[in-house]
Design a protein around this ligand. Sequence first.
Ligand SMILES: *[C@@H]1O[C@H](CO)[C@@H](O)[C@H](O)[C@H]1NC(C)=O
Ligand SMILES: *[C@@H]1O[C@H](CO)[C@@H](O)[C@H](O)[C@H]1NC(C)=O
Ligand SMILES: *[C@@H]1O[C@H](CO)[C@@H](O)[C@H](O)[C@H]1NC(C)=O
Ligand SMILES: *[C@@H]1O[C@H](CO)[C@@H](O)[C@H](O)[C@H]1NC(C)=O
Ligand SMILES: *[C@@H]1O[C@H](CO)[C@@H](O)[C@H](O)[C@H]1NC(C)=O
Length: 298
Amino acid sequence: MKFKMIHFSLITFYLLIAGENNKCDAGNVFVDGIGCLPNVCGCDEKDIGRINNIYAKTYSMIAGLKKFSFGFWNDRKNCTSPKLVETVFLFYNNASETNRKLGFQLNHTLEGLEDAPFNKDGITVFMSHGYLDLKPREFYDEMRDLYLNKFENVNFILVDYSDGSMGDYWEAVANIQTVAYQTAFLVEKLMKTRGLNVSTVRMMAGSLGGQMFGLTGRAIQELTGVKAAEILVFDPASPCFEFEDHSLHINSSDASSVILVHSNMGNFGTTRLSGTVDFCPNGGRDQPYDCEHWTCKL
Ligand SMILES: *[C@@H]1O[C@H](CO)[C@@H](O)[C@H](O)[C@H]1NC(C)=O
Ligand SMILES: *[C@@H]1O[C@H](CO)[C@@H](O)[C@H](O)[C@H]1NC(C)=O
Ligand SMILES: *[C@@H]1O[C@H](CO)[C@@H](O)[C@H](O)[C@H]1NC(C)=O
Ligand SMILES: *[C@@H]1O[C@H](CO)[C@@H](O)[C@H](O)[C@H]1NC(C)=O
Ligand SMILES: *[C@@H]1O[C@H](CO)[C@@H](O)[C@H](O)[C@H]1NC(C)=O
């Protein structure tokens, strides 16, 4: 990979990158606050046909999806550049009702991190979302409550990158590279300023968010030299990751333990068994009760 990463503090970093805009190698693009990231060029046109078929089936199943146009899949440019994503990190813990429900908001610049609720003696769990699916937030709120009720002192951090995931799919694929570095910068800064033990970090997400956390695991190793404890992913996204360009696909090097659960293989979910452990309930492809794509008829 052609990352030109800079390992100093963010402030040093912002000073260093001023004026670097045109210094990326061909095929890379400069992203503010990050440096040079590769354009995503490896997705094959075949994927578009494949995804349109799946999408058409899903679309006909769920009336609510009518608001999304097929353009999301068709508008793909050949090479797509990652952009600066206005990622928001939401910190939750058990210290107060506000911290349980509302969360402490930090943006990607990490300004104000010193005020974020963070307990170095608790486990640190990052959770994120996939393409188009952060809002409504009920599912993520439920997961947060499960963690807060089960573990003492848990740091539960929701990575909201919907600024980069609600548009064209191929742009979202390129953008997760930015989000991965933003999240890894946060981990590095928590390590340096708040005593975070990186080898206790866990990350979990589905679909595109799973691929994003794979890249985050790599960036964490690059920045800190330490592997996160675990990445848990439901159905890592298939389109653009699985067939043509495997370099962005989550794999077993991305954390000490990479646990992949496959329920939708060959549709939106990858067929690559690339974790340290891969679970394939009911064969991993189609689920009973008509759970073909996004809904189940129980
Ligand atoms: C995309 O790539 C194909 C094959 O390389 C080329 O024929 C086509 O003109 C390109 N499209 C755009 C919009 O650049
Ligand atoms: C990020 O948060 C800081 C502190 O709250 C604020 O001053 C800054 O304007 C924010 N930046 C962006 C890009 O939202
Ligand atoms: C977290 O706080 C809630 C509400 O005060 C409480 O019900 C729960 O038991 C606490 N969880 C832990 C692990 O202390
Ligand atoms: C960091 O966490 C790992 C895994 O739980 C543990 O083995 C190690 O001792 C911890 N390091 C420190 C300095 O606490
Ligand atoms: C995971 O992917 C990275 C980047 O392509 C690669 O360097 C590494 O060797 C891969 N690890 C495994 C186990 O495939």
